[in-house]
Design a protein around this ligand. Structure first.
Ligand code: KG4
Ligand code: ZN
Length: 362
């Protein structure tokens, strides 16, 4: 069909993201303001500070994204979109109110986006023009600071949860272990922990792979996090004093966490194989998205897993892995604009006055 453009805004947590995306997947303009430095001082996201920071920079980010797209005003986009949930309510409201006002002032259709669906659909940027493999159905591992889920995605707005974390999200566990290891945690400690782990020995500290003997699709990271804490607290002083000790803890934590993900994904792949006929075709593409999907070691190991696992059905070949580029795995405006593209193609457009933010939204 005709090409159209969407302005997308993301303010659900601690990143102010804005982007202009065209319906063929071209990213025309992007702007992102991270509050990492702000929250670093407090050791985590403080909602009221996050809200104030969104308020301070949002207009500037909108202007920046428009200018990068060669546009002078919101008049030149066709649709406006914003994350309406789930997330921090007072932060969601900043973006939602602003974009509602833009929709009214410029008489543009308004689309409210689900943050987690946006992480999932990011993998389809440019579809159906993009390389084959991002067509539905998809098996998705969504792993961020707030969520860890395995999803079966059959279409836009059609996502079935196969398994979830029983306690912490993986990003949350990364952040807590990062703090334990005195790493900077503003904007999440995951990237810093990954960097430290590169110098460590993944077998250097004995940490258990969670729920190793339970065959299901759920995750658990609280026990692993606690095991990492106890390994640090109970280490003999000589061991603690070793220059590589913290790096070994980081590498061992990361190794156990990714092994856990691998095991759950393997089970989900077996489920897809078993249900192939009943489902009328099962996914043979694994999408990994959300902030933790920026992790290079995770990307490497899941690539190996996919290469080594036969795809369901008669087709032959192995599973295909689709990973958005790291900068698009963490929160950003592109994922919101692109999800709105997919929703508009499916005939969805909300009336601005009806749209409330949804801090909780399954
Ligand atoms: O998706 P996201 O930007 O925000 C939401 O939670 O929705 O994810 C942020 C999470 C944080 O917990 C952060 O520590 C983690 O993603 N993260 C990483 C890496 N980069 C970000 N975790 C592990 N390795 C990374 N390289
Ligand atoms: Zn997110």
């Amino acid at each position: 069909g005709e090409l159209f453009t969407v302005l997308g805004v993301e303010t659900s947590c601690d990143d102010t993201g804005v982007a202009i995306v065209r319906s063929d997947g071209a990213i025309l303009g992007e702007a992102l303001a991270s509050q990492a430095a702000l929250h670093e001082e407090w050791g985590g996201v403080v909602p009221t500070l996050a809200r104030d920071a969104h308020e301070q920079v949002l207009d500037r980010m909108i202007d920046k994204a428009l200018r990068a797209a060669g546009m002078e005003s919101v008049d030149q986009v066709d649709v406006v979109a914003v994350t309406v949930g789930p997330g921090l309510e007072i932060c969601l409201r900043v973006g939602c109110e602003r974009v509602k006002a833009l929709a009214i002032a410029h008489a543009k259709p308004f689309v409210g986006v689900h943050h987690l669906e946006a992480h999932v659909l990011m993998a389809r940027l440019g579809a159906p023009h993009a390389a084959a493999g991002v067509a539905f159905p998809l098996l998705t591992l969504l792993t961020s600071g707030g969520h860890c889920q395995l999803l079966l995605s059959r279409g836009v707005g059609e996502h079935q949860v196969i398994g979830s974390t029983l306690d912490d999200a993986l990003g949350e566990a990364y952040d807590k272990v990062a703090r334990l290891l005195d790493l900077p945690v503003g904007g999440g400690g995951g990237a810093a922990l990954e960097a430290l782990a590169r110098r460590g020995d993944p077998a250097g500290v004995a940490l258990p792979v969670p729920m190793r003997t339970k065959k299901n699709y759920d995750f658990s990271f609280a026990g692993l996090k606690t095991a990492a804490r106890l390994a640090v607290e109970r280490a003999p002083p000589e061991r603690r004093a070793e220059p590589n000790f913290f790096a070994d803890v980081a590498a061992s934590f990361q190794h156990a966490a990714i092994s856990h993900l691998e095991q759950r994904i393997k089970y989900a792949m077996e489920l897809c194989e078993a249900r192939h006929d009943e489902w009328g075709g099962a996914p043979s593409t694994l999408v990994v998205s959300g902030g933790v999907a920026a992790n290079q070691e995770l990307r490497r190991r899941l690539q190996v897993l996919c290469d080594e696992t036969r795809a369901p059905g008669q087709a032959g070949g192995s599973w295909k892995l689709v990973l958005p580029p790291p900068r698009l795995c963490t929160d950003n405006g592109v994922m919101v604009a692109w999800t709105a593209v997919e929703m508009v193609r499916n005939g969805v457009a909300h009336v601005p006055d009806d749209q409330q933010v949804k801090a909780r939204w399954p």
